[in-house]
Design a protein around this ligand. Structure first.
Ligand SMILES: Nc1nc2c(ncn2[C@@H]2O[C@H](COP(=O)(O)OP(=O)(O)OP(=O)(O)O)[C@@H](O)[C@H]2O)c(=O)[nH]1
Ligand SMILES: [Mg+2]
Length: 346
């Protein structure tokens, strides 16, 4: 573990429970300006009041721990925040307060403003809601407005607060809700996730969502595959540096635990937060047993990498050097090519 100024600066830029200025304008004391080439993606976060929208946003993007979300007040109207993600990709999050009066306004007087140029709609349902019909009614109004104003938007439904449902009921309830939502969404397609702020499911959902927003993610994956094969790794993962969401991975061998990515995101993010309480920042980690060695290390300015090796004859030092040598190449891949905004390979 080691303290690093650049890391802290980056965290200030990416995170913090604060509202960023409009893109392109300097931000108060830090005075940084987002490049004009920044690729902005408008993400609408909607759902009824108390369903957990601000909680999940604060955990993923502002370093809150789940317990702290109990102190959040209801969101008044819309809270905008800009989150820099992978350098030039900027998520423009619109956290829309879900109280009835606000919702009615979104569908009437603010309709165009809210629903225009939306790339992603994330609709959050409280699984324990006693007003299911009303929730569904609002959801449908939302879809109508999206269909009119942003017909190409991707739609995600989160069946949230699943921790409140008895464990043996979760699969069944989720399947039922998923079917209902898919049916109601037609002709639009929606992807559904079960989530809770109290476990790693939150990371799974948000990783899948941001994965769909990253430009040229296939190219990143292809390069990760080459890297894994060259260094003889079993598996290589790329995490976005501030959120620890998995953005790309390659595996050579079957792995038993299908949920390992989001578990690792969750564990390392918690660990990172504990480190920051001690005014230190997490840099790297090696975990080894008789079957494998896993290395997590800062990789590019926007990512951490995790490399899993099972060949005991390859010493740690060799893997660490390989990781270091690959950094430059992956830094280049992340750069955006001016107006075309595609990832470059040189
Ligand atoms: N049990 C449980 N509680 C949650 C979960 N997510 C959020 N909460 C709690 O739900 C309450 C309301 O959360 P908020 O995030 O403020 O809800 P919101 O959707 O932003 O509400 P508005 O801003 O009024 O639209 C808080 O007390 C959270 O701690 C979850 O996954 N499980
Ligand atoms: Mg809120």
């Amino acid at each position: 573990m080691e303290e690093s100024d650049s890391e802290r600066k980056m965290e200030k830029e990416n995170l913090g429970p604060r509202m960023d200025p409009p893109i392109g304008e300097p931000e108060g004391s830090l005075g940084w300006v987002l490049p004009n080439t920044a690729m902005k993606k408008k993400v609408l976060l909607m759902g009824k009041s108390g369903s957990g929208k601000t909680s999940m946003r604060s955990i993923i993007f502002a370093n809150y721990i789940a317990r702290d979300t109990r102190r959040l007040g209801a969101t008044i109207d819309v809270e905008h925040s800009h989150v820099r993600f992978l350098g030039n990709l900027v998520l423009n999050l619109w956290d829309c307060g879900g109280q009835d009066t606000f919702m009615e306004n979104y569908f009437t007087s603010q309709r165009d403003n809210i629903f225009r140029n939306v790339e992603v709609l994330i609709y959050v349902f409280d699984v324990e809601s006693r007003e299911l019909e009303k929730d569904m009614h609002y959801y449908q109004s939302c879809l109508e407005a999206i269909l009119q104003n942003s017909p190409d938007a991707k739609i995600f439904c989160l069946v949230h607060k699943m921790d409140l449902v008895q464990e043996d009921q979760r699969d069944l309830i989720f399947k039922e809700r998923e079917e209902d939502l898919r049916r109601l969404s037609r002709p639009l397609e929606c992807s559904c996730f079960r989530t809770s702020i109290w476990d790693e499911t939150l990371y799974k959902a948000w990783s899948s969502i941001v994965y769909q927003l990253i430009p040229n993610v296939q190219q990143l994956e292809m390069n990760l595959r080459n890297f894994a094969e060259i260094i003889e790794a079993d598996e290589v993962l790329l995490f976005e540096r501030a959120t620890f969401l998995v953005i790309s991975h390659y595996q050579c061998k079957e792995q038993r635990d299908a949920h390992r990515f989001e578990k690792i995101s969750n564990i390392i993010k918690q660990f990172k937060l504990s480190c920051s309480k001690l005014a230190a920042s997490f840099q790297s980690m090696e975990v080894r047993n008789s079957n494998f060695a896993a290395f997590i290390d800062i990789f590019t300015s926007n990512t951490y990498v995790m490399v899993v090796m099972s060949d005991p004859s390859i010493p740690s030092a060799a893997t660490l050097i390989n990781i270091r040598n690959a950094r430059k190449h992956f830094e280049k891949l992340e750069r955006v090519d001016g107006p075309k905004q595609c990832l470059l390979m040189r």
